[in-house]
Design a protein around this ligand. Structure first.
Ligand code: ADP
Ligand code: MG
Length: 578
């Protein structure tokens, strides 16, 4: 069918009941592109209709150099989604009619650049996946308005945002190259013996606590590495060299007075596991992809986690080698968060005193004197942090303005002063020697390898009411899996609503295909990553019937997928004994 056929159908159903929109499902040749109406919504208040536009490369002419490898392709796709969103804002008239009538959306990203399903670039074509609110007055089809949207606005959007000749070409190039530079730095961290890199000139603070936008450069103190930690890295694209602070492997403390920028630096490191858009201010803050933020999270459920390295001998002899609770405390939740992160492969832990349980972090000499070890279940983090590195190769970056007991165990001490980092490692070591801490190291047993757990597929129930599978992301930090909410408010490195949506479906997929009661959680997330690498995120669509709109998914990390599984309150696991 052609554009004219679509026009005819819309003219015919004009004035009829909303269900008549089902008649436009199908594909239409528009000459420059093909329009696919994959799903027409049932009423003007329902989720918008799913449409795709596919433009052959003979028309689009996107330079193949901009999608020559995986990193470049993800970056270009992300860039194009933003361009389509911009064109929509410019071209569409917007709301016209009842409910979502007249609205058009594409799943564009925020400050992070993520692999997402909104745009697909192939050698043969480029495709944009959109949501369209088909217009109605009440429940009556507004055929003319629909024609304006689909036959006039949509072609203009394609023209502006998907044809290379009309795109801001230098900006596209710069975007792709910037993302490639970031991934290049990430790939080099290991051999440089670093876990993160923060470029000179970066803007770490945000405009406010309510936004992810950078603080205006005129207000912000630009990052500047201490000379002793400065590293220069060659880049594949302009600029050919970049200098900044290398955060070494091992144990790194961030100290300094209140309000001097400690948490802002840590937050930037947390987000640095993802690439950022040029202009974010953190586009050259790059962290190991295996860095996981750890915090206290009282009230969470915990299922058979061996937290005994940190907490043992609870009152009345309760075991902690397979610790389960429906209501964890600050310290037990923080211990579980660490062990669960290690279980699926974390190599770097990021902690902030602001969100940590004090009794989990420190236990000073006076408290040791008053409360004997025999009556204190907690082995504080200060007594494990070196072992984590020396036995398991897991580095830690820790914001700790409140206790100098950590000087003894740190490899690197960075002091934030007036928002600038100073390398005070030597001073801290000198102080640790002259002002000897009176506290004793309390490690009843050396740190062991992590005990793996196998999730039991029977403990997942995706059904709700009459639906066999009903999974919704309600917000970036809330999934409704069947009837069971998964609270992700403390999973701070989850940044995009579409990642959350992907996690909901990924769990279902994993239950169906990868869990058998024996497969370890670690193998399950491995299998999901392989699936995404091989087949892309489109496979997550539970209704996937081949070439159709897969919905809006962005790629989550293994750590956030595992975190969601661990927070499903019904989940049951089988623990392997060492
Ligand atoms: P701390 O953790 O040391 O108490 P924060 O990191 O929370 O301090 O920062 C305190 C305030 O200073 C925040 O409002 C933050 O936005 C601001 N800030 C942080 N870094 C900078 C900077 N480089 N330039 C300007 N303002 C900053
Ligand atoms: Mg702070």
């Amino acid at each position: 069918m052609t554009k004219d056929d679509l026009r005819r159908i819309l003219a015919r159903i004009d004035g009829r009941g909303y269900k008549a929109y089902k008649d436009i499902e199908g594909s239409y040749d528009f000459g420059a592109f093909t329009l696919y109406v994959d799903h027409a919504q049932g009423d003007p208040f329902a989720s918008p209709s799913l449409v795709r536009v596919r433009v052959p490369q003979s028309m689009a002419q996107l330079p193949s150099s901009l999608f020559a490898n995986r990193v470049r392709r993800v970056a270009l796709q992300d860039f194009l989604a933003r361009q389509v969103a911009g064109a929509m804002r410019h071209v569409t008239r917007g709301h016209r009619g009842t409910g979502k009538s007249g609205l058009m959306f594409i799943d564009e990203g925020g400050q992070e650049v993520l692999e997402r399903t909104a745009i697909v670039v192939r050698n043969e074509w480029v495709e944009a996946r959109l949501q369209v609110g088909l217009p109605a007055a009440g429940r009556t089809v507004l055929g003319r308005q629909a024609e304006e949207m689909l036959c006039r606005e949509l072609p203009q959007i394609v023209d502006r945002a998907l044809l290379w000749r009309n795109l801001p070409q230098r900006e596209a190039q710069r975007f792709v190259e910037c993302v490639e530079n970031q991934e290049h730095i990430r790939a080099r961290l290991d051999e440089l013996h670093l876990i993160a890199f923060v470029a000179d000139g970066s803007i770490l603070p945000r405009a406010s606590g309510a936004t992810d936008q950078p603080m205006p450069a005129a207000q912000a103190v630009l990052f500047k590495s201490p000379d002793t930690l400065r590293t220069t890295i060659e880049l594949p694209n302009s600029p050919s060299l970049i200098a900044g602070m290398g955060v070494p492997k091992g144990v790194t403390l961030i100290v300094g007075g209140g309000y001097h920028g400690k948490s802002t630096l840590l937050k930037a490191l947390e987000r640095g596991v993802y690439p950022h858009i040029p202009g974010d201010g953190r586009e050259y803050v790059v962290t190991s992809r295996d860095a996981v933020k750890i915090r206290a999270e009282d009230g969470r459920r915990v299922e058979k986690v061996d937290i005994s390295p940190f907490i043992a001998d609870l009152p009345y002899g309760r075991s902690t080698t397979a610790f389960s609770t429906d209501d964890a405390s600050g310290s037990t939740s923080q211990a579980a968060n660490i062990v669960e992160a290690l279980e699926v492969g974390a190599k770097v832990l990021l902690l902030d005193e602001d969100t940590s349980a004090t009794n989990f972090m420190i236990r000073d000499a006076r408290m040791q004197a008053l409360v004997a070890k025999a009556h204190e279940p907690i082995t504080p983090f200060v007594d494990r942090v070196r072992e984590l590195y020396e036995r398991l190769g897991v580095s830690t970056v820790l914001v700790m303005g409140g206790s100098g007991d950590y000087f003894d165990v740190a490899d690197t001490v960075i002091m934030m002063r007036d928002y600038l980092p100073l390398d005070v490692t030597a001073d801290a070591k000198r102080i640790a020697q002259s002002l000897v801490t009176q506290r004793k190291v309390e490690t009843p047993q050396p740190l062991q390898a992590i005990a793996h757990r196998a999730p039991l597929p029977s403990s997942f129930d995706p059904s709700r009411g009459r639906r066999e599978v009903k999974i919704d992301a309600k917000a970036v930090d809330l999934i409704l899996f069947g009837s069971d909410p998964i609270d992700l408010r403390c999973v701070e490195q989850l940044v995009d609503f579409s990642q959350t949506r992907a996690i909901g479906y990924a769990i279902h997929r994993a239950v169906e295909d990868f869990m058998d009661g024996k497969a370890r959680l670690r193998d399950v997330v491995d299998a999901l990553e392989r699936l995404f690498d091989e087949r892309g995120l489109d496979v997550l669509d539970p209704f996937h019937r081949g070439e159709e709109h897969p919905g809006n998914f962005a790629r989550p990390r293994r750590y956030e997928i595992a975190a969601a599984i661990n927070r499903l309150r019904t989940v049951r696991m089988q623990q392997e004994r060492h």
